[in-house]
Unconditional design. Sequence first.
Length: 473
Amino acid sequence: MTITYSSTRGGQKNLSFREVVMIGLAHDRGLFVPDSLPTVTSEELESWRNLSYSDLATNVIRKFVSEEDVPFEELKRIVSVSCAAFRVDDVAPVIEMNGHFILELFHGPTFAFKDVALQMLGNFFEYFLSTGSNDGRLAILGATSGDTGSAAIYGLRGKKGVDCVILYPNQRVSEIQERQMITVLDDNIHCVAVEESTFDDCQRIVKSCFNDKSFRDGVKLGAVNSINWCRVLAQTTYYFWSYFRVTDKYTSVKNLNFSVPTGNFGDVLAGYYSKRMGLPIDKLIVATNENDILHRFFSKGEYHLYDIVPTISPSMDICVSSNFERYLYHLCGDNPSTLSSWMKTFESTGKLTIDGSLLTQAKSDFLSARADTDKTLQTIQTYYNDYEYMLCPHSAVGVNSIHQLDLAQNDTVCLATAHFAKFPAACERVVNPLPDAPDELKKLKDMDIRRYYCKNDVAAVQDFMHSRLDERK
C-alpha cells in the first residue's frame, strides 16, 4: 500500500513518510499531512486490546508508513527500542483519580510527554540516515518553550550523522528544564539561549531558516518540533492505549473524553487524528493557560495574536500554535488554496476569524477552557491535599478544565504532560514541602554545563550553526 503526504499549502505533493520526516517543514512553509487517513474497524480495534504499548504503537504507526519506507520488522525494532527508554514497562500508565482518569506521560528520560515522540523520531532519523537519506548528514534546528528541547536532545544525543541545535528563550524556561538541556555534553548537541526573546521568537527563527533555501540545503536542515509529522503520529498511540485501559475497567464506557493542556496544538491534534481514524472519542478539550489564543478560537472563532504573558506553565506560553495549521487545513475542507489565503491573512494582520458553519464545525471538533494561575495552583493544592497526587502546572490546567466543563467522570482522561518536580518553584507555592524529586532531576544541579548565547536574529543563528557544524566536520 502506498502512503503519501502533501503540504497544507499545496506546494509539495505525494511525498513518502521518509521524505516528510527528513524535510520537516514543507518548502512552501506549510505542514505535511496524510493524503488520506487510514481507518480502524471496531474488530481491528478490539484485536489490539491486549497488546503491549510497543506492539500497539507498531500497529498504529504501520498504518501511516509504507513497507518501502520502513519494513515491518525494522519498524517494530525502532518502536521497541524507543519504548525501552522509559522507566515503566507500559510507557504511559493510566490511573483513576477523583472520579476520572489521568494518563501519565512523564516516565521517559526527561520526565515529559515529548519523550514519547522524540525517542521515536531520533531512531527514525538514525535509520533513514543509515539507509541513504541526506548523504548520511542531518542538522536539526529546533525551538523549545521548555520540554521539547530536552526531549529532542535525549533522543538525538550521540546519533551518528546528526547535529542538534536547540534554541530557547533566555530566562523563560524553568531552571530544571534548562539544566536538562545544558548538562548534555555530547559533541553533537548545541544548546542556545536566545537573548531578549520568547518561544515565538525562537520558532520564528527556526521557520525562517527552513524558508532560506540556500541555508536549508547547505546544512541539510531537519526539524524536531511538532511541525515534523512523525511527532504527531507517535502521539496517537497513547489515545488508543488510554481507551483500552479505561474500557478494561469500565466495560459500559463507549466513548472517551480527553483533556489536553496545549500550546502548540500537536498533542491534542494527535487525538483528533485518532478520532478520525475510528477511535471512539467524544470530546477533545483544548486546555490553555492565560495565553489562550486557542481557547478564544474555539469559543469565539478568533485566532488573534496577543502578547505572551509569562506564567507558571511556561511550556504553554505560546501565541502562534505551530500545529494549528494542520487543523485549519482540515477545517476548510483540505483545500490548500483556502488555507494559504487564511495563513497569509494571519501572517500579515495577526488575526484569523471564522464564524457561521465553520465555527460550528470547530466547536463540534473541540471544547476548550482557560485556567489561569490561580485556578492552576488551586488544582495542584486540592489534588495533593485531598488525593496525595502531585500535578505539574501544565497537567493541572488540563485537570482544572474538566472541572470547569463538568466532565470529571469515568469516561474522561486528563493528559499529565510532565513530572511536577520539573517545576518546583510553582508547585511550592501551594505544596510545601514538596514530595521528593526523582534522583535523575536532583543530580542536575551538580553536573557540568555547556551553553551558548545568541542574539534574537536569524543571521546570528545561521552564523552560529555554520561555525559549530564546520568544527564538527
